[in-house]
Design a protein around this ligand. Structure first.
Ligand code: FAD
Length: 287
């Protein structure tokens, strides 16, 4: 099923993200976690694409397995380390596997590499390529409520986002954020700039102190004082931190739904217990 049908439907959507294994020896444990999350019957599940594309076959395989379990899947695809042949091969593989939805991404510049890929400077270049391919894919892209770190300004980032939508991006998923007001403000600015596709709010339940350090180094997120107090108090007690992280994410989701944001994507990080806890907490809100 095309995600635009789900995202424009009358019911709120709750979806989960999983990532493929880095090596074949962990494939089975990842597959088990993915299957467990799929049994929750989310609106859809997304499968990330390993930086550099090394695990691309697993992305396709997991997305295909999800379809077999009756869960619509969204396969991520990055282009920064690809040539046209790789991209077309991946599109063929996705098409053959019956996957209808692609999250088209540029990807992060690999460490030590400063030169851009002249074929695919931006996700919009990849989107144009996917549109030219005879695959009838539903194409999504990423957006950044707190501005992409490479952008010189928030307004320039939104202008670039509009280019992505004009290239054929039909929905957007946000980078994680921990302060809903930042999302509301971003959505207002995006709409004013003519970005009028569904925006899916990306929520990360932070369940360990180590995760927070990683998040901040990657995305430079603004962490609200309430969140910092939780980490201060519970960061060194794993079970307590997990419980507080799930509660914080739940509170964010309840507020989003109450404010009419009808699409929430949970960065569930291959953790079925976290996905289940969140789903249980908002079960009646998404009916
Ligand atoms: P772009 O849209 O190309 O944006 C990158 C920068 O270029 C921005 O500063 C933007 O303002 C600017 N820009 C964009 N278009 C133009 C244009 N036409 N002209 C001029 N400037 C432009 N990474 C992975 O490796 N695998 C994944 O599976 C993955 N999944 C992700 C899922 C989500 C929801 C998000 C938010 C990120 C994900 N990432 C993933 C990380 C992502 O690859 C990085 O954030 C990357 O740095 C930017 O990718 P992008 O597609 O947003 O790039």
């Amino acid at each position: 099923m095309k995600l635009t049908n789900i995202l424009t439907g009358p019911k709120p959507s709750l979806s989960f993200e999983v990532f493929p294994p880095k090596t074949s020896d962990t494939f089975e444990s990842v597959q088990k976690a993915v299957t467990e999350i799929a049994t929750l019957s989310p609106s859809y599940m997304s499968v990330t694409y390993g930086a550099g594309g090394g695990t691309s076959a697993y992305t396709v395989q997991i997305a295909e397995d999800l379809l077999r379990q009756g869960v619509p899947s969204l396969a991520h695809l990055t282009c920064i380390s690809s040539n046209k042949e790789n991209v077309r091969q991946m599109l063929t593989n996705l098409k053959v596997a019956g996957i209808e939805n692609i999250l088209a991404l540029r990807g992060d510049v690999p460490q030590g590499q400063t030169v851009e890929n002249p074929l695919y400077r931006h996700a919009s270049d990849l989107i144009e390529e996917i549109k030219q391919f005879d695959g009838d894919f539903c194409i999504g892209g990423a957006c950044y409520p707190e501005t992409h770190p490479e952008s010189v300004s928030a307004s320039q980032d939104i202008e670039n986002l509009k280019k992505k939508v004009d290239a054929g991006c039909e929905f957007l998923t946000t980078q994680m954020f921990f302060d809903n007001d930042i999302l509301y403000n971003f959505m207002y600015r995006a709409l004013r700039a003519g970005v009028n596709v569904p925006i899916v709010a990306g929520i990360m339940p932070v369940t360990s102190a180590a995760q927070i350090k990683r998040i901040c180094s990657i995305s430079g997120n603004n962490l609200p004082p309430q969140f910092l107090r939780i980490v201060d108090r519970y960061g060194d007690r794993p079970e307590a931190m997990k419980q507080a992280g799930i509660a914080f994410a739940t509170e964010q989701i309840v507020d989003l739904l109450a404010n009419g944001i009808n699409a929430v994507h949970v960065y569930s990080m291959n953790k079925p217990d976290v996905a289940k806890a969140i789903q249980d907490n908002v079960r009646y809100l998404i009916q």
